[in-house]
Design a protein around this ligand. Structure first.
Ligand SMILES: Nc1nc2c(c(=O)[nH]1)N[C@H]1C(S)=C(S)[C@@H](COP(=O)(O)O)O[C@H]1N2
Ligand SMILES: [Mo]
Length: 300
């Protein structure tokens, strides 16, 4: 397919970081991407400067392991990620409990350098390795009545201090409309910088939806359900006034308690200027058509 731009990295490959970054910078500057211009999405917005692996793995939100940004790096070592299986159920042709390797077998792992924008108004740029969610959904066979995809994070109470302390209603759950889930920008990530994804980033597999606030990108997924009803999502359950189902990055719709017009890029230093937040986090050209005719204030 035209939009598959680098097919040479699999999730078992280990690429030295320096070499990886080099190759990445070359790609970001030179590769024009087929039908919908995925790399164009990155390069057209100027050079994307990836965060370091150290930054990406030390400043996290993963409430199962505590609410502090440093807690996941400290505590997620306790997460057991092998063996790992994912239950696929609901409106699918081939439901079942899939071993992770079986679910991903034959599918292409791709490099995606994406902006990542948390609803808390900080951001990073992350070089993911992942599989298009559409490839996985097509593999299990989506039935015609399906309208949404629901996701669930693993619960390992004995290993998860945040679950023991009930800092949120677990399991963490998330959801997408089916067309959002099938969009080629939407991936399930299995790696960062060519290395298996760290536990604190949602090992062994987590969702990445780059035009939405970070909390939509649910970690350590153990269940994927095709459904005809909008599924409940954790942050909306916790505070429906502040967190909507769509949660598209939008500089013009403020959070009730802070502005969303700008963001602080992690690693920019204490006195670095904030940067403007981009509509749909810079992916407007690719995804705006999904929301044509929708009032983005009402459906926030
Ligand atoms: N299961 C689970 N997934 C989660 C979260 C969480 O607390 N639990 N936090 C979300 C939020 S708010 C953000 S910003 C991102 C952070 O991803 P990162 O730590 O890999 O940067 O994960 C999202 N996915
Ligand atoms: Mo977030």
């Amino acid at each position: 397919m035209a939009h598959r731009w680098t097919n040479d990295l699999t999730y078992t490959d280990v690429t030295p970081k320096a070499a990886y970054l080099n190759r990445r910078q070359i790609l970001a500057g030179t590769v024009g991407l087929g039908a919908i211009g995925l790399a164009g999405a990155a390069s057209a917005q100027g050079e994307l400067e990836p965060n370091t692996l150290e930054e990406i793995t030390s400043y996290n939100n993963f409430y199962e392991f505590g609410t502090g940004k440093g807690d996941p790096a400290k505590n997620a070592g306790a997460l057991v990620t092998s063996p790992w299986s994912i239950k696929v159920d609901g409106l699918v042709d081939n439901p079942g409990e899939y071993a992770l390797a079986d679910l991903l077998d034959g599918l292409t792992v791709e490099d995606r350098l994406y902006r990542f924008r948390c609803v808390e108004a900080w951001s990073m740029v992350i070089p993911w390795n992942g599989i298009e969610l559409a490839d996985i959904l097509n593999k299990v066979g989506v039935q015609s009545g399906a309208k949404y995809v629901a996701f669930e994070t693993v619960v390992q109470p004995e290993n998860m201090i945040g679950v023991q302390r009930r800092v949120l209603d677990f399991p963490y759950v998330e959801g997408l409309r089916l067309d959002e889930a099938m969009h080629p920008l939407t991936i399930l990530a299995t790696g960062i910088y060519g290395e298996p994804i760290a536990n604190q980033n949602g090992a062994p597999i987590r969702l990445v939806v780059p035009w939405k606030y970070g909390f939509k990108s649910i970690k350590s997924i153990v269940r994927i359900t095709l459904t005809d009803e909008e599924p409940p999502i954790s942050w909306n359950k916790a505070n429906p006034r502040e967190y909507g189902f769509y949660s598209n990055v939008n500089p013009n719709v403020d959070h009730p308690r802070w502005s969303q017009a700008s963001e602080r890029k992690i690693g920019g230093g204490l006195f670095a200027d904030r940067q403007d937040t981009l509509m749909f986090n810079g992916y407007e050209k690719e995804v705006a058509s999904l929301y044509e005719g929708m009032d983005l204030r009402e459906f926030f």
